[in-house]
Each structure stands twice: as C-alpha cells, then as structure tokens.
Write a protein that binds this ligand. Sequence first.
Ligand code: ADP
Ligand code: ZN
Length: 434
Amino acid sequence: MVLYWNRPRECMERGQLEVLQLRRLQKTVQAVYHNVSYYREKMQEADIYPEDIRSLADVVNLPFTTKQDLRDSYPYGSFAVPLSQIVRLHASTGTTGKPTVVGYTREDIDAWAELTARGICCVGGGKDDVVQVSYGYGLFTGGLGMHYGAERMGASVIPTSAGNSRRQAMLMNDFGSTILCCTPSYALLLSEILKEAKIPVEDLKLKIGIFGAEPWTEQMRDEIQKRLQINAYNIYGLSEVMGPGVSIECPEKNGMHIWEDHFLPEVINPETGEPLPDGQIGELVISCITKQGMPMVRYRTRDLTSITHEKCACGRTHARIARIMGRSDDMLIIRGVNVFPSQVESALLAMGEVSPHYHLVVTRENNLDILEVQVEVSENLFSDKVRSLEGLAARVKKEVENTINLGCKISLVEPRSLPRSEGKSVRVTDLRKI
Ligand code: ADP
Ligand code: ZN
C-alpha cells in the first residue's frame, strides 16, 4: 500500500502543478525584486522585470544566484523580510568555505516541517514510528529539519543529534527506534558500534534509514542495508534552499522526488548555463517558489545530477532527480582526468573484498599528480600474509583504475585505522593545494 502525506498535492496532475508553480514563481520574483537589492540589481542589469515572467519557461531568462552572492550579502543582505519576521537562523556547514546564513519566517518553518513529514511518509514512515534523529542539531539544518518533520507527522522523536555513538546504539536498542536519520557514513559507523557493543541487529526494531547530506553510492546503500538490515532511502537538501527534505526517494528507489509545489528545479550545463534535457547530467538549479525569509531564485547548487519528469510507479507526479554524483567542487582533476570520490567508492564496494572505509590523497611529485587510494581491509580478510594482501591490492588497483581511467596507488590499511565520521565525511586530502 502506498502511503501519501498529502495525496492531492503529491499526485497533482502536471498541468495543474505547473499552473500553481507559475503563480508561485511570479509572486516570488515580485518579492525578491522589490525586497532584495542584489536581485533587483542583477535583474535590471539583465533587463528583465517581474512582469516578464509569463510562463514557466521564462525562468531561464532570470539571472542565476550563486553561493558568492550569498557571501557578498553576508549575513542578512539576502533576506526579503525584516529581521523581526525571521524566527530561525541556520548556516550551511561551510564544507567549501565561509558558511552562508539562512533565515526562516514562521511560515517557512511550517512549510519545511510539512515537506519533511511528507518525505518521511514517502519512505513508509508513520505516526507509530520511533524516529532517531542522529543528524547534528544546531546551525546545521539536518537535525532540526528532520525533527520538525517527524514531530509534525506524529512520530515519537528521539533527538539524539550526532556523536556519543555508544549511547546512540544503546538508545536505539532500548527505545526501539524504527527509523534512523543520519549521514550514510554515520550509519556505517553506528553499525560498527552496535557490533562492538554486542547488540545484535536482529534484536533492533529498526526498519528504515533516511540518509543524506553527503554523496553516497548504490553500493554503499547495499552495504548499509545489509549491515543494519533495513531499507535505506536517499534524502537530499541544502540549507540555502531549505534544508533536508527538498527531495527524497519513494519505495521505488528510482530517483528522488523533488517537491515541485515548493521548488522549481532545472538542470543546466555548468559551463554554459544552458538548460539540459531530461536524463542528462548537469548542475541542479533550484528556485524556491514558496519561501518568504530568504527566497532563492535560480540558485546554483553545484550538485551534479539529472532529472526526469516521467510519472513514477508510486503515483507521485513530482519530478525525480538522480542520485547526486557529488558537487562540481568535489571533482578532482588528476593529470587532466576528472575523478569523483563516488566513482572510487562504487568500484571499491562492487568488489566485495574490502571494507567501505576509504580515503583519497592527492599529491604532486615532480609536477606529476599522484592519486593514492587508502582503503581498509575487511576484518575477516586482514592477515599478515603479505602475499594475499598483495594480490588483493593488485585486484583493487585494477578495478579502480578501470573505473576512473587513471593510474593510482592503492594502500591497504588496517581495519579501523581511517577516521570515522559522525556527520559529513571528508573523502579527500588534496595536498597539491596546500
Ligand atoms: P554545505 O554546502 O556547507 O555542505 P549544507 O549543510 O547545506 O551545507 O549541505 C548541502 C549539501 O550537501 C548539498 O548541496 C549537497 O552537496 C550535499 N548533499 C545533501 N544531501 C545529499 C545527498 N543525498 N547526496 C549527495 N549529496 C548531498
Ligand atoms: Zn515515486
């Protein structure tokens, strides 16, 4: 049985959905033009005015908004309402530089809770669930975003936040958590901690994982599902646009529905800014069409994905975005070849011989870039038999090199020797830049 949180909205006929989107887009463009100086300046420069938005297709004539625009107006310059109407502030993690500040009105917080509730329901959650929120609480949007959604849905929420993993494992067992929300890397760590604490996963009530905030692969999903014996779903979001819950998978696990009654997505060629057709990978651009505090028009997420508008078997009509490959700034250029950490992850995990813990180190020697892939050997395979490890290293090297089309060095390291992450994991150390 398919569960919907808001069936009329989730299954809205596309024509009607587009009428709603256009009305909301027009209203948003009016609001930013009149209330945010950098939008007004950029629009005047491009000679485009709110009344020029007559159809959804006209969105492509609006200027893009970038992270730099937000940094330039730090902290409050991009708010479209006076601070007295802002009830909450968050900041992006700052993974790629100075954090950006985001502000929410009461209505924005309400819409966010609605959408995360919709998302939790979309993966099969309901009011009888016990939701353990192990995303960090605080300026990061992960914790509070999921918290409000789970609470709105009527579930019992355990606000553990990230960290203190032993205790997390104990509470998961004692409180009978049925849904776990955290980063995929933290889910992996929790599976190790459960093992260490001798809590058999069979004894847990856990059935669903809602994982996101960092790139992960299908292979990593298989690994986590196996270890925790759950159904793991991908959730996507970013603070500038809202926070977690912008987009989430349904039980079809075939792309993440992006809630188009609140967001207008586009995929563009990151080099030229031109729109790309469905199915082609490019940069995701999102316009928020209901946000009041800090509306984003054509925000360049830098996240790489593709989009499809095909109707999903679950009955929802909202478009779906593919698993995010990474951000354009995660892409490493090594000896002229483009490499994403997620490609290495899928090659490593597809082999089934090494653990899911890896780290990439890039150095430069004599003007030549060198990629080292450090990967932990699985506990059961770890032995002092240098010979068998050498054979394994050679196999890993072949697999990774075939996937990324680039020569690399493989360092097999001892189980549990690479750092673990409680939030967003850092997959790369690029010593060329230091
Ligand atoms: P920061 O940009 O500083 O990391 P956020 O905490 O707002 O700030 O993180 C949002 C970013 O996290 C997204 O732009 C995207 O790169 C990444 N992200 C979120 N969810 C996913 C996901 N499911 N898969 C891949 N990447 C994700
Ligand atoms: Zn679906």
